[in-house]
Design a protein around this ligand. Structure first.
Ligand code: NAD
Length: 236
């Protein structure tokens, strides 16, 4: 069991992150205590039907989430990934998080499987970035339709291009490191299986045991911000 990874000895490293990666920055997780869906019913705030019924209410909620995320800062784990990416160009990130924390830490090559809190979408005029705490436009400047957050909401399908891009990275990596995901949400649950079948060494970082723990050859029980600097010998 490697206790210390040398990135130069791998052909591709994939970090697969979930809500636990951002929890350490202060962004609430999904299911645990303090999880947002205990306080807000997703049926009223995070699905297309809710948006069709009351777009202002849904947009207000997403502005609240933007402001909450902006109060949080990337941690040592994000900074380790940035430091590695500055030295090596074979390091990829697949995330289930929508908060943009990886990008704020300067992380690159990020596939956002569930979309982003920092993009909006017009069904006619496409997607664009909007990084302000409150939405710059609530309606499309070209056609006046409501702009919806470019997030994979409950009951939405994943974006097929992102799914394909993630599959390619999983099939071509030789080190797969899952961080802070309970991986109960499909297709995330299958990711270590795919990576391992294609020959990757699979590592899980999580302070709690998960249902998927047996899929990994190496399990690190601890927080991302403490384990990542140790695993890569980076002092941050
Ligand atoms: P989850 O809430 O189901 O699981 C989070 C996992 O992180 C838990 O297993 C927990 O033990 C672990 N964890 C907590 N602190 C950690 C730390 N410091 N280091 C490492 N691990 C830690 O989250 P999920 O599996 O990502 O699934 C939830 C879904 O909700 C995802 O689809 C995601 O898109 C969405 N979500 C996103 C955000 C965000 O963008 N930050 C937040 C909440 C939910």
């Amino acid at each position: 069991m490697p206790s210390h990874f040398d990135p130069s000895t791998y052909k591709k490293i994939v970090f697969f992150t979930g809500a636990g990666m951002s929890a350490e920055s202060g962004v609430p997780t999904f299911r645990g205590s303090g999880g947002i869906w205990r306080e807000y019913r997703w049926q009223e705030y995070a699905c297309q039907t809710a948006f069709d019924n009351d777009p202002e209410k849904v947009l207000d909620f997403h502005e609240l989430r933007r402001r909450e995320v902006l109060k949080c800062q990337p941690h040592a784990g994000h900074r380790v990934i940035s430091a590695l990416q500055q030295k090596f160009d074979h390091i990829r990130i697949i995330t289930q998080n929508i908060d943009g924390m990886h990008q704020r830490a300067g992380n690159k090559n990020v596939i956002e499987l569930h979309g982003s809190l920092w993009r909006v979408r017009c069904s006619t005029h496409g997607v664009w970035e909007d990084l302000s705490p409150t939405f710059t436009h609530r309606r499309c400047p070209h056609c006046q339709q409501w702009l919806r957050p470019d997030i994979v909401w409950f009951e939405d399908m994943l974006d097929e291009e992102d799914v394909q891009a993630a599959a390619y990275e999983l099939e071509t990596c030789d080190l797969f490191i899952s961080i802070g995901t309970s991986a109960r949400v499909w297709p995330a649950a299958g990711y270590p299986v795919i990576a391992r079948r294609h020959g990757a060494w699979c590592v899980e970082i999580n302070p709690e045991p998960t249902e998927n723990k047996d899929l990994y050859q190496q399990v690190e029980r601890g927080k991302a911000g403490a384990i990542l600097p140790q695993l890569f010998g980076v002092n941050i």
